[in-house]
Design a protein around this ligand. Structure first.
Ligand SMILES: Cc1cc2nc3c(=O)[nH]c(=O)nc-3n(C[C@H](O)[C@H](O)[C@H](O)COP(=O)(O)OP(=O)(O)OC[C@H]3O[C@@H](n4cnc5c(N)ncnc54)[C@H](O)[C@@H]3O)c2cc1C
Length: 480
């Protein structure tokens, strides 16, 4: 790609600037990649021994298990752009977008890129189908995606819970068999506890666009970015302090004494509730907001099978969601061998079981073997046919626990987020990124990383705020 004269000048101003990025999840890696592209010298410090954070894939006995995020859609504009800029377009694979929803033990399929499936499904009756059109309409016009650069559109709709919205605009059947399972599967939370903005965003994101994946795992982008960056794993940052024109970062590696470095700027991408312990100088209201964010815990039980399950699971489901009226503990299952070749060896199957947060809390400290036994017991109760197949063909199992998994924003949560963002100093040398500044998705986390990279460049005075400012999106009825 040709480099303009302005880009070359700003690159020269950035060259020699040192930026430390805390966290090697997708927000941190996208921030680091964009800063390095402009000439900054970047170091990424990651507490874990793996790259990717919640966009991670684990290799386990021939299987490639996506441990948290699984779902990428063609609506992920920033991710597609970054994939292209990083030379990874050729790695993108089409992925099935079938979800199944269980009702009375039967699985009803929906292809998300075909909203007309909702009109044909036997999952809900015709009255509910008509009501579903109201939801599509409200989601289309009430909000754009809750993004950091324009949260006003989200705030505009942030007035009630999903349950209250369902009672007011939809009906019981639609709520129980579509809204409830999608909320639990997307946010690990009950519709009672979520702002309706989450529902509208989910509908806008999920419906109407095809999905994509990568052959060897969802971490393909993260791994590729990390290969081009200096990343230190097993490095837990313990303190970040701004001192005039530098930022002092202290970290600890296992078995070593604490170390520190001085950088021109720092981008902090750890989940919101972990930020206050790293930055002693946070204002009290910032500290209160970040500490008060509710992330749900997640346990995934990933089961490698000698052969994939037979009918009805031969349909190319990515996710089968279980409404809370069908089972109190089992939330959703993923059929990973359907997502892309390469997740399971040829002829084998990979199925993952995911539970509601109350089950996750109850089992958090238990031994892995106990979690597996209990997980299979739940499956036997909720989906006995599938459980019989798992019991017969299970060859390997892996349990993954993610304490801060998904952010459940209640009504009013987007207003609080807006206040927090408005009070941030756009020219500070410590910038923030991560899904606590947006909706919990890989693409939104990535977009916050890119915004933090731009803000850092403004703070380092290599670009003007006008050059760094993204296009603002206006919602319906608002004067630009
Ligand atoms: C179960 C589950 C399913 C999901 N499904 C989807 C999906 O299908 N599609 C989708 O788009 N999104 C999905 N998401 C959401 C998505 O995974 C996240 O929103 C996104 O990956 C968050 O990225 P991040 O970089 O903000 O945070 P993270 O990925 O959490 O990265 C933060 C990093 O900071 C590191 N860190 C923390 N403390 C320190 C420290 N003191 N020092 C150094 N490093 C530190 C962490 O180890 C971590 O690697 C899912 C999430 C979960 C949990």
């Amino acid at each position: 790609m040709a480099v303009t004269k302005e880009e070359e000048q700003s690159r020269q101003r950035d060259t020699g600037r040192h930026v430390i990025v805390v966290g090697a999840g997708i927000a941190g890696l996208s921030a680091a990649f964009r800063l390095q592209q402009t000439g900054c010298s970047v170091t990424v410090l990651e507490r874990d021994q793996h790259i990717g954070g919640r966009m991670r894939t684990a290799a386990h006995e021939g299987f490639r298990m996506d441990l948290c995020a699984i779902w990428l859609t063609r609506n992920y504009r920033e991710m597609l752009q970054l994939l292209s800029d990083a030379g990874l377009e050729g790695e993108i694979r089409h992925s099935t977008d079938w979800i199944g929803i269980v009702r009375a033990g039967r699985i009803h399929p929906l292809r998300l890129h075909r909203p007309t499936d909702l009109m044909r499904t036997g999952l809900i009756g015709w009255r509910s189908k008509l009501r579903a059109m109201a939801l599509m309409w409200d989601a289309r016009h009430a909000t754009t995606l809750a993004r950091r650069e324009d949260v006003s559109a989200a705030v505009y709709a942030d007035t009630e819970s999903i349950r209250a919205y369902s009672s007011r605009r939809l009906n019981r059947e639609l709520h129980d068999y579509l809204i409830d399972p999608l909320c639990w599967a997307f946010y690990l939370a009950s519709p009672d506890d979520l702002s309706v903005v989450n529902l509208f965003s989910e509908v806008k994101l999920a419906f109407g666009a095809p999905c994509f994946s990568f052959t060897y795992g969802i971490d393909t982008l993260a791994q590729h970015l990390a290969e081009q960056l200096t990343v230190h794993l097993n490095t837990a940052v313990t303190s970040i302090q701004q001192r005039d024109d530098t930022v002092k970062v202290t970290w600890q590696q296992p078995g070593k004494t604490a170390q520190e470095d001085h950088a021109d700027a720092c981008v902090v991408t750890v989940p919101g509730p972990q930020v206050p312990e790293l930055i002693p100088a946070l204002a009290p209201e910032q500290r209160r907001y970040l500490s008060g964010l509710t992330y749900q815990p997640h346990i995934g039980v990933h089961v490698g099978l000698d052969r994939p399950p037979g009918p009805p699971y031969t349909a190319p489901y990515v996710v089968v969601a279980v409404p809370s009226t069908e089972d109190r503990d089992l939330n959703y299952l993923t059929f990973d061998h359907h997502r892309a070749q390469g997740r399971a060896p040829a002829g084998k199957g990979l199925v993952s079981l995911h539970f509601r947060p109350t089950w996750n809390e109850r089992h958090w400290g238990r031994l892995e073997s106990e979690i597996i036994d209990e997980a299979l017991a739940v499956c036997r109760r909720a989906l006995p046919g599938l459980a019989r197949h798992i019991d017969r063909y299970r060859t390997t199992t892996m349990v993954h626990r993610q304490r801060l998994a998904l952010l459940a924003r209640p009504p009013g949560g987007y207003r609080q987020m807006q206040r927090f963002i408005e009070n941030l100093d756009p020219q500070a040398r410590i910038q923030f990124a991560g899904d606590h500044l947006s909706l919990s998705t890989t693409n939104n986390a990535l977009a916050t990383g890119e915004l933090a990279a731009r803000a850092t460049r403004v703070a380092l005075q290599s670009v003007t705020p006008a050059e760094a400012r993204p296009q603002r999106v206006h919602h319906r009825g608002e004067t630009p």
